[in-house]
Ligand binder design. Structure first.
Ligand SMILES: O=c1[nH]cnc2c1ncn2[C@H]1C[C@H](O)[C@@H](COP(=O)(O)OP(=O)(O)O)O1
Length: 334
């Protein structure tokens, strides 16, 4: 049976997606990044950013400062020496934690790692004043909504659009543009200034079990609401990867519902590699969600996951019970 999954407004996965009309392919020119960030604090030069963070702590979050303080140089030395046996990527040495991302590299350091594989992904987003459920005043939903985009991948995990880049043939940004055309059906020009960070992928990343090590480069691109809507349409019509590598685009719900849905439910799903941390970090960095809101959403998310674990255990027990039934044994079928 073919089923169509989508992410509903409470952030949970459910059935019943809209079918979008067919449109021609679209091309989006580069945009200058104008984000509410401190340019020094988010410099691609880690030591400069750390110095700024220490000198002006009010300019950035404590987590950012802690993150920058972690053991970057040792990690770089290990990588740049080209040794195959390494310790990063084990959870403590990859960008898999907001507070302990010692696997973070500057763009230049990442590019200097000739033995590494590289993958680039982007978060597209826009502001919107659209009300959830049209005109119905739902007081417990935080508005305005913002619409960051992610996608449901072929492996059932949530991730950002993008993919592997071959640096011997293309730049990071050209490779990302190529991947976006395949996955979204839209020609984008991603610029170096859209680059946010580069990290060693966690050991749990699909491509990390094999050498060489994977570095993931993350970008953000702010668009107009109409452009995002056009991307959503092209992604299910002109994109060659639709239904294959990409099962559908999803909007990230940034609101919270009274029952604890919205962002909390969304965050409790399964993400590829360090995509969840890329999302969390970006939501804070761009001030799309207040730190306190994010803390609450994460705490709720943990409760949702605990409930889901119980449900899965119960489902597994039921399925295991059923598979022992005689009519499932080949000897009794036919
Ligand atoms: O969204 C992501 N954030 C961080 N890392 C990611 C994300 N999506 C994938 N990955 C990692 C894990 C994958 O093995 C590699 C390559 O990405 P992918 O999109 O699967 O590459 P292709 O489309 O197959 O080129 O990056």
């Amino acid at each position: 049976m073919k089923s169509s999954f989508c992410c509903n407004c409470s952030g949970s996965l459910g059935f019943g997606c809209l079918v979008q009309p067919r449109l021609g392919s679209t091309a989006f020119p580069p945009t200058k990044r104008k984000e509410q960030t401190d340019p020094d604090l988010f410099s691609t030069n880690s030591s400069q950013a750390l110095a700024t963070a220490r000198a002006r702590p009010e300019a950035g979050s404590l987590s950012r400062i802690r993150r920058l303080s972690s053991s970057l140089p040792a990690t770089f030395r290990t990588c740049l020496s080209g040794r195959r046996k390494h310790t990063y990527g084990d959870g403590n040495h990859s960008c898999s934690s907001l507070y302990m991302a010692s696997g973070q590299l500057s763009r230049a350091e990442a590019l200097a790692c000739s033995g590494c594989r590289h993958a680039c992904h982007v978060m597209l987003y826009c502001d919107t004043n659209t009300l959830l459920f049209g005109s119905i005043p739902i007081r417990h939903i935080v508005l305005p909504l913002l619409l960051p985009q992610m996608q449901m991948r072929f492996d059932g995990l949530l991730g950002f659009p993008g993919g592997f880049v071959n640096l011997s043939e293309e730049s990071l940004e050209a490779g990302l543009g190529r991947e976006l055309l395949e996955e979204l059906g839209v020609a984008f020009q991603i610029l170096e200034e859209d680059h946010v960070d580069s990290c060693f992928a966690p050991a749990s990343s699909p491509a990390s079990s094999t050498s060489p090590r994977l570095i993931t480069h993350f970008y953000t691109k702010k668009m107009e609401e109409g452009q995002i809507r056009a991307v959503e349409t092209a992604a299910v019509t002109t994109a060659t990867d639709h239904g294959q590598e990409v099962l559908g685009m999803v909007r990230v719900p940034l609101h919270s519902t009274k029952g604890g849905g919205g962002l909390a439910s969304f965050l409790s799903h399964s993400f590829v590699g360090n995509a969840r941390f890329q999302l969390l970090h970006t939501l804070l960095r761009l001030h799309l969600v207040a730190p306190e809101e994010l803390r609450e959403a994460l705490a709720r998310s943990l409760k949702i996951q605990a409930r889901a674990s119980e449900e899965l255990r119960a489902a597994l027990a039921r399925v295991e019970g059923k598979t022992n039934l005689p009519h499932h044994s080949p000897a009794h079928t036919g």
